[in-house]
Design a protein around this ligand. Sequence first.
Ligand SMILES: NC(=O)c1ccc[n+]([C@@H]2O[C@H](COP(=O)([O-])OP(=O)(O)OC[C@H]3O[C@@H](n4cnc5c(N)ncnc54)[C@H](O)[C@@H]3O)[C@@H](O)[C@H]2O)c1
Length: 282
Amino acid sequence: MASEHIIVVGAGQMGSGIAQVALQAGLRVTLVDVSKEGLAKGAERIKAGLKKLVEKGKLDAARLEAANGNLATATSATEVKDVDFAIEAVTENEDLKRRIFLELDGVVKPGGILATNTSSIPITRIAAATKRPENVIGMHFMNPVPVMQLVELIRGAATSDATYQTTKALAEKMGKTTVVSKDFPGFIVNRILIPMLNEACFALQEGLGTAEDIDTAMKLGTNQPMGPLQLADFIGLDTVLYIAEVLHKGLGDDKYRPSPLLRQYVDAGWYGKKSGRGFYKY
Ligand SMILES: NC(=O)c1ccc[n+]([C@@H]2O[C@H](COP(=O)([O-])OP(=O)(O)OC[C@H]3O[C@@H](n4cnc5c(N)ncnc54)[C@H](O)[C@@H]3O)[C@@H](O)[C@H]2O)c1
């Protein structure tokens, strides 16, 4: 099945990034969001992102015009016709995602694929909301989508080989490199990254070093572009805590317990960069 017309549901930071890379790949995209304001902002972000590529000489004027012409918007998926492939990137809430998948089941052509960008909800559970669990897959893009190379593909219990192959080909068409993960909490990246960030919170809590020393040690000692506490601030401490809780609950092992200091910062409303204060002040 070709993936020529894509519906991207959710026009937030991830959905708009996904739509942008699909447009760059020459695909037709309909971007959907319940919020009219969110939809307008998402479309603006895409246009600004494409314009920046032209300024950098990475996209020529003809392809910019084609990309702009290939973008449509809608406030409900049910208005959209002739869809080959759906990528869902709405707010991280299981009931909401299951509702959207039920809706997309009636929108996407028979045999077409329904992918989710969820960071933490089991693909198998989302797939069970549809009549085509074999055509449901996790397509976990990284933030910011236009910049980050990786897409994790997550196979649910019923995901077919054909669904996996078509999704891999689509991600590659979008210029991404894929890895495949089983459907277990955190998939690959967050399973390994979040415990490291959480451990940095424990290290700070125990006074092993200052925030600056912990970050400098990891940056210069392990060749990472930024230290773990700064990265946690950038991701959002509420999000880091949420994923740590998913790992703790889903894997049932206390080695994943969130650091009390991380929890306290979230209780204080210190979510990191987005709220002006986390381990650092912004
Ligand atoms: N932010 C990240 O770093 C990151 C990275 C990888 C994956 N994700 C995942 O991507 C998804 C989206 O995250 P985000 O950061 O873009 O969030 P966001 O808050 O920026 O965007 C979510 C969008 O979903 C829209 N929405 C809510 N209900 C809807 C509905 N019923 N129909 C259509 N649209 C609806 C909202 O209006 C909003 O525009 C989540 O599942 C998240 O876990 C996020």
